[in-house]
Structure formats: C-alpha cells, structure tokens
Design a protein. Sequence first.
Length: 93
Amino acid sequence: MMKVHFIESADEITLQVCGRLADAWVDELEKCWSAAKKKCPGRHLSVDLRDVTFIDHAGESLLRSMHRDGASLLAVGLRNQEVVNQITGGSPQ
C-alpha cells in the first residue's frame, strides 16, 4: 500500500510518499506527479521518500524520470538513500 500527500507552498509542491513504491503503486505516483505538474506549472517539485518502506525497479525508474524532469528527491535509510544517490549521482552520507 502507498499514500501520497500533496504539500503546497508558494513556489514548491512536495509529494510526500508513504508505504511501498512498487507494482501498481508506481503508476499511482506517476499519476500524482503528472497531476501536480499540470495543476501548478512552474513550481519546483520535491518528492519526500522518508516514509517509503520499499522501492522496486519500476519505482526507481519513475524516480529517475522525475529527477531528470527537475524533481528533488529526499530519502533516509540506507537502501532508499542508496537508490536516491544512484539516481542523483550523490555520494552516501
């Protein structure tokens, strides 16, 4: 199961993701991402992955696309931080 909460400010939208980013939930996050971009064009998009418990390969691929499109990715935990580091080219903390 996964939930996505929209947090809006004047210049940014954060998609706060909770649960598993896997299987059909990847498509759900992609829909939320598309809706956020259409609703608020020009605002920076951030994806908060701190409450994500698992990311599968399809989830990684979506996050990579989101990052290429300008989204910031925020993660904690060894596995999720490693996924984000691979996507962003960052180094482990």
